[in-house]
Design a protein around this ligand. Structure first.
Ligand code: GTP
Ligand code: MG
Length: 215
């Protein structure tokens, strides 16, 4: 829950969520072996190398809690991290990278889709997008699949440090246009950078709004 105080006007001022502890719990390839589904959970998905693991490290202010690599295909398991002892962040394998062997990339799909469809405590999923590329078919297909399944999600544009402010705005605009074909409304959208740390507080504040007050 975001740390908040009542200001003099009686309004609640919400300050950035305080991450006190972040602990690795378990890695597995079988969604059935995830920890008990008794705490709110948020997952990170997107193409290999888009920055999922780096974003988790940014959120928890730890360099190597989630393992990162400049070589795509680093994360190949479902990884649970327990935050403040009361909710989970989940680092998922990437999808759709040509250099990953065909058999392996096909093996990921059911692992990921089963996890996303069956995980009962999953509050929302952050779909990470590289704003330097034109909208990619595989991302559009994944987003549309989430919609068909009725699974809630937000979009996070990563590596924002690699683009000028104008180029980033243009990229987000072109994604909005692309998704307007299938979607009446655009989901919540964030821009982040693990390098200059932008977007961290916005994302944590958003998570805080989705957590029960006790978490
Ligand atoms: P897989 O586990 O392979 O699917 O990749 P991932 O999506 O977890 O990506 P990861 O966090 O491992 O980052 C991939 C590469 O991108 C690493 O070299 C990171 O240092 C780099 N990277 C991640 N986020 C950012 C960012 O915000 N800015 C910049 N400049 N580089 C980033
Ligand atoms: Mg990773």
């Amino acid at each position: 829950m975001a740390e908040g105080i009542h200001d003099l006007m009686g309004n609640i001022a919400v300050y950035s969520m305080n991450i006190r502890t972040a602990d690795f719990v378990v890695s597995n390839t079988n969604p059935v072996l995830c920890p008990p589904a008794d705490k709110p959970e948020f997952a990170f998905i997107g193409r290999s190398n888009v920055g999922k693991s780096s974003l988790i490290n940014l959120l928890v202010s730890r360099k190597n809690l989630a393992k990162t690599s400049s070589t795509p295909g680093k994360t190949q398991t479902i990884n649970h991290f327990l935050i403040n002892g009361s909710w989970f962040l989940v680092d998922l394998p990437g999808y759709g990278y040509a250099s990953v062997s065909r058999s392996k990339s096909q093996a990921w799909a059911p692992m990921i889709t089963t996890y996303l469809k069956k995980r009962q405590n999953l509050i929302t999923t952050f779909i990470l997008i590289d704003p330097r590329l034109d909208p990619q078919k595989i991302d559009v297909e994944f987003i549309n699949w989430m919609g068909q399944e009725g699974l809630p999600f937000s979009i996070v544009f990563t590596k924002a440090d690699k683009l000028s402010r104008n180029a980033l705005a243009a990229a987000i605009q072109s994604w909005k246009k692309k998704l307007a074909d299938a979607w009446e409304e655009f989901p919540p959208v964030f821009a982040t950078s693990a390098t200059d740390r932008r977007g961290k507080d916005e994302l944590l504040d958003y998570i805080a709004t989705l957590l029960p007050s006790a978490a």
